[in-house]
Ligand binder design. Structure first.
Ligand code: NAD
Ligand code: IPM
Ligand code: MN
Length: 349
């Protein structure tokens, strides 16, 4: 029995999570496993109604009573401070200490790549983003706001433990893939916080002689991802570098509508979510691509030991793109719910 908490969130979040749940329901029957799910009313609506973002009692339930959380997106133009998204999304990552944010990037149809001459399968990387540190820790503040003397500061924090545990995960992952790991940083400018990453990499690399570990400055990494995307296997970055590179990489294989992610810490409830946001510009139009959410469900199923079901979900998602049975962002003409129905019907294909 898999216990899944559903946090649809804002904007297109509920649309893509509803689609993913339709696939989950079908998948559980085809692959004969049981799951329990519960919807959580967290997001902009509730915040505007009650002022609550992520109350302690709900946080404790998510932490203690579920195996996994499937999350849509948070962000609403009516909440310009984005305070609820910070509390819920960044709050869950921080408070559950979900230090790995894994973002696989795979070109399933060469037609989706905006670069010339890249074949299907020619881009296959795993972005391993640190998920609890860097400038996301919320240390800092503003002073003399609104005056000519205004001062604003956000601390970029790296810890030895944080670097070591993420890199260890990335080395282990590289062993199961093509054996290459590249750390992307700005150690040339950010000497302390990113210098620590390089020392951690150097010390750990001796324990993984079978993995080719290298470093790239993140600006050069952004360029090389466009000019030589096939060179990248496991890509490691701190919280901010990993965030930026993951959108870039997603754009090489079909865009945000196709980019899933998992935030994990072994032994704890894990969080699965599309990389994209709440896309206020397309809410309610049926144009929201549910494949990123469905592929995030695939990652959830694999982590829960349902390997066959996970592989079927991934295969059916790729098939929907190849057959153009997808939303307009990928060149199709189906709606969000129609894509979910197509994927469900092709789980055995
Ligand atoms: P976004 O990802 O919501 O949208 C960027 C562009 O991609 C838009 O044009 C949108 O229409 C398109 N897009 C995104 N997802 C799509 C999908 N599934 N199908 C088709 N098109 C899709 O980024 P944004 O516009 O910068 O942010 C909107 C809000 O979402 C902001 O409040 C932001 O903070 C928030 N956000 C939340 C998350 C999250 O909850 N994980 C992630 C990123 C952004
Ligand atoms: C993501 C998003 C979030 C992040 C935002 C909404 C705070 O861009 O999940 O990639 O920066 O982590
Ligand atoms: Mn992002």
């Amino acid at each position: 029995m898999i216990r899944i908490a559903l946090l649809p969130g804002d904007g297109i979040g509920p649309e893509v999570i509803r689609a993913a749940v339709a696939v989950l329901d079908h998948c559980s029957r085809v692959y004969d496993f049981r799951y329990q799910s519960e919807w959580f009313d967290l997001g902009a609506e509730r915040y505007l109604r009650t002022g609550e973002t992520l109350p302690d009692r709900e946080f404790a339930r998510l932490r203690d009573e579920f195996d996994a959380i499937l999350l849509g997106a948070f962000g609403d133009p009516r909440v310009p401070t984005n305070v609820h998204a910070k509390d819920i999304l960044l709050g869950l990552r921080q408070r559950l200490d979900l230090y790995v944010n894994l973002r696989p990037v795979l070109l399933v149809d060469e037609r989706l790549c905006p670069l010339r001459g890249v074949q299907t399968g020619g881009i296959d990387m795993a972005i391993v983003r640190e998920n609890t540190e860097s400038v996301y820790v919320g240390i800092g503040g503003s002073f003399k706001i609104g005056t000519d003397d205004e001062v604003a500061q956000n601390v970029m924090l790296s810890t030895r433990k944080g670097c070591d545990r993420l890199l260890r995960y990335a080395f282990e992952l590289a062993r199961t893939r093509r054996g290459q790991l590249v750390l992307c940083d700005k150690a040339n400018a950010i000497e302390s916080a990113h210098g620590l990453w390089r020392r951690s990499l150097k010390d750990l690399a001796v324990q993984y002689p079978d993995v080719k570990a290298t470093t790239l400055y993140a600006d050069v990494a952004a360029m090389r991802m466009v000019t030589h995307p096939h060179e990248f296997d496991v890509v490691v970055g701190d919280n901010m570098i990993g965030d930026i590179l993951s959108d870039l990489a997603a754009a090489l294989v079909g865009g945000l509508g196709l980019a899933p992610s998992a935030s994990t810490h072994p032994g704890r409830v894990a969080l699965y979510e599309p990389v994209h946001g709440s896309a206020p510009d397309i809410v309610g139009t049926g144009r929201a691509n549910p494949l990123a959410a469905i592929l995030s469900l695939g990652m959830l199923l694999r982590d829960q030991g349902k390997r066959e079901a996970a592989a079927a979900v991934e295969r059916a998602c790729a098939a929907s793109v190849v057959a153009r049975q997808c939303t307009p962002d990928l060149g199709g003409a189906l709606t969000t719910d129609q894509v979910a129905a197509w994927v469900s019907e092709h789980l055995l294909a």
